[in-house]
Design a protein around this ligand. Structure first.
Ligand SMILES: Cc1ncc(COP(=O)(O)O)c(C=O)c1O
Length: 392
């Protein structure tokens, strides 16, 4: 709690109600996507397994987006594939016509990110991939429960990956959906340590109970308790379960925890979609575009379940603005600040700009219209103050 005010988190927090018995019999993936997915600890593990199932030969390349968080690119690199980057437009889109000239005899697949839940023109891109005899991998790590019209994202490509822990209050959770029966990726075999799952859940429950900024400290006795628990878990498991942007084969082989499955199977998809859409629409009404604050997606097409409300911040420092929002009790999220070291940034001007200027506002399912008003008012005020500070 900051100054007695509720802190608005960028991700949904776990509440005790989320741990009650499951509501969905068939599982969230079966119900929403029509087929079961392989559930992994991280989305990166799902991607690694998916790309490995292509059985690449030396010199094969995969088209990958120049704007990314880095770990998805590293997962592709780990399979031995050569990377072929493509730039995005400033609204984060890419078309089949943009991709077509990049495909050559060595191209085996295209990795397509549906940024922040907004669909790429995936039907046309799938048609291009089919015509060229290559695989389409949909990266739906931002797009759980999001659809193009009525068809869920992740059901167009040959493979799709998810990171459901970004949209739902889960201690862990990624997934691989296989739509092409010729591909049979290896399943993750290692179950996560129960103590780690419990530790993560307790941390999330405490954060929610105390309504803390996730970067703030817990009250001292709880902080000590958490620190000693963390030390004992770290001694046993090292960094294997860290949600930082590292990746290795050990992490890729981890399955999703049973506790995450339970929480997922309590999730009412229709509520998550409805509330995220309502919150996005409220922000669209409350935020007026200015030179400094540009709305990247000013329309919310039918079927979209937004992960965030992405803005392009111009003329003031994105990072300074994020810091000010945080101090005022509003969490926000930066995606892609550290582009993969193999990217020749200067040849990808839009990705470079997006990496420096995109700031995402929260719209998750625990927030309501009043929270959106607070976010909009706080943003306006902090931009004004930054401009004022810069002028002096
Ligand atoms: C677009 C994208 N793809 C893949 C990943 C990997 O997901 P995870 O963190 O669950 O491994 C992330 C997030 O880190 C992401 O943002």
């Amino acid at each position: 709690m900051i100054g007695g005010k509720r802190f608005i988190t960028e991700f949904p927090l776990l509440g005790p109600g989320d741990l009650l018995p499951p509501r969905i019999k068939g599982g969230l993936f079966k119900t929403f996507y029509g087929r079961e997915a392989t559930l992994s600890y991280f989305g990166r593990g799902a991607l690694w397994a998916g790309v490995n199932s292509l059985k690449l030969s030396a010199g094969d390349n995969i088209l990958v987006p120049a704007y990314h968080c880095g770990v998805e690119i590293e997962a592709v690199t780990m399979t031995g594939a050569e990377l072929r980057y493509y730039d995005l437009k400033k609204d984060l889109s890419i078309t089949a016509a943009d991709l077509s000239p990049l495909i050559d005899a060595g191209t085996r697949a295209v990795l397509l990110i549906h940024y922040f839940g907004f669909p790429q023109p995936v039907e046309k891109i799938k048609a291009l991939c089919s015509a060229k005899g290559i695989i389409l991998i949909e990266d739906c790590c931002h797009a759980l429960l999001s659809s193009l019209g009525e068809k869920p994202l992740g059901t167009f490509g040959d493979l799709a990956i998810y990171s459901q822990r970004k949209s739902l209050p889960l201690p862990d959770g990624g997934a691989l959906l296989v739509n092409n029966s010729a591909l049979s990726p290896k399943l993750p075999t290692e179950k996560p340590e129960f103590s780690v799952t419990v530790k993560k859940c307790l941390g999330m429950l405490l954060r929610a109970a105390f309504n803390l900024d996730p970067r703030n400290e817990l009250p001292i006795p709880l902080e000590r308790l958490a620190a000693s628990f963390n030390r004992s878990v770290a001694r046993k498991s090292g960094a294997r379960y860290s949600t930082g942007l590292e990746i290795n084969q050990e992490r890729c082989n981890l399955a999703m925890s049973e506790l995450s499955r339970r929480i997922m199977e309590r999730t009412l998809a229709s509520v998550v979609i409805r509330v995220r859409r309502e919150n996005y629409s409220t922000l669209l009404k409350e935020l007026t575009e200015t030179t400094e604050v540009q709305i990247i997606r000013p329309r919310l097409p039918q079927g979209v379940c937004p992960l965030f409300f992405p803005l392009l911040i111009e003329g003031v420092s994105r990072d300074a603005l994020q810091e000010r929002l945080l101090k005022s009790g509003v969490g926000s999220y930066v995606f892609g600040a550290d582009l993969h070291p193999t990217l020749p940034r200067n040849r990808f001007p839009n990705a470079k700009t997006l990496s420096r200027k995109v700031l995402c506002l929260p719209v998750h399912q625990e927030l309501r219209a009043g929270d959106m008003s607070i976010i909009a008012t706080t943003l306006r005020r902090e931009v004004k103050e930054l401009l004022h500070a810069d002028a002096h």
